[in-house]
Design a protein around this ligand. Structure first.
Ligand SMILES: Cc1cc2nc3c(=O)[nH]c(=O)nc-3n(C[C@H](O)[C@H](O)[C@H](O)COP(=O)(O)O)c2cc1C
Length: 224
């Protein structure tokens, strides 16, 4: 494996949804899940686990459960894309086409990482606030991101998906999750069919990071 720099990995980690069915060696997947275990979590409790789904019948069932929620989501998204023009619209249309492909071929991914969490182990310190609670996710999604970065380092395509949460009861039964555990991310992993990871499109840092006051760009050379 040739080493990739961390900044290069982060800046080229895009959703890779067209995957070859070729198997991924267990030792590679072991490195990916070990990287996930290095992630921080509130009080270092690590309230997550991951089920690496390789069984073809279970992958097939996950695909069947995924396609409905995806089609539902895509319908809504298609309506919002109609407001866009030019390159922004073309980019969204490419995303939908790739995501359609993933939805139709999910079972072909040689491994699907199903990340699970147990709320009662988590310090969800914003649970009582009068706004949506997000702190709990901070104890599980860093692990998912570590796995994505490790996939990047291994030359594996991957995408963070969440729509299978809509079929949580079926997924729990399929994978034998205990009652108190739930699902939070599903990462199909495999070698890319096409170019794989590469340039990403993100907002410029000037729009994202502020110095001392909201709206004052952090970066010195910004023109906003
Ligand atoms: C919380 C979260 C949920 C996502 N859920 C899905 C999903 O269910 N299906 C999917 O195809 N992509 C999903 N994505 C991938 C995003 O669509 C993707 O990261 C985003 O469009 C940026 O694309 P890029 O990384 O290729 O630039 C999800 C990403 C995040 C962070």
């Amino acid at each position: 494996m040739s080493e990739i720099g961390l900044y290069e990995a982060m800046s080229t980690l895009r959703a890779v949804r067209r995957l070859k069915p070729d198997p991924v060696p267990d030792e590679v997947l072991e490195r990916v899940v070990r990287a996930a275990t290095w992630a921080p979590s509130g009080a270092n409790v690590q309230p997550w686990r991951v089920v690496v789904v390789q069984d073809p019948k279970k992958r097939q069932r996950l695909q069947e459960l995924y396609i409905g929620p995806w089609r539902q989501y895509a319908k809504g998204h298609a309506a919002s894309i109609e407001q866009l023009e030019g390159e922004a619209r073309a980019r969204q249309e490419r995303m939908i086409a790739a995501a359609d492909h993933l939805a139709e071929h999910l079972h072909e991914a040689p491994a699907i990482l199903v990340f699970c969490f147990e709320p009662r182990r988590m310090a969800i310190t914003d649970a009582g606030l009068d706004r949506p609670s997000v702190v709990g996710g901070g104890s599980v999604y860093p692990a998912v991101q570590n796995a994505l970065l490790a996939c990047r380092a291994e030359g594996l395509g991957c995408t963070l998906t969440t729509l299978l949460c809509f079929a949580e009861d079926e997924v729990k039964a399929l994978l034998g999750l205990p009652e108190s555990w739930f699902t939070c991310a599903f990462v199909p992993v495999g070698y890319p069919r096409l170019r794989g990871h590469g340039p990403i499109s993100r907002r410029p840092v000037e729009q994202m990071a502020f110095r001392d006051d909201w709206g004052t760009p952090f970066t010195a050379d910004s023109n906003g």
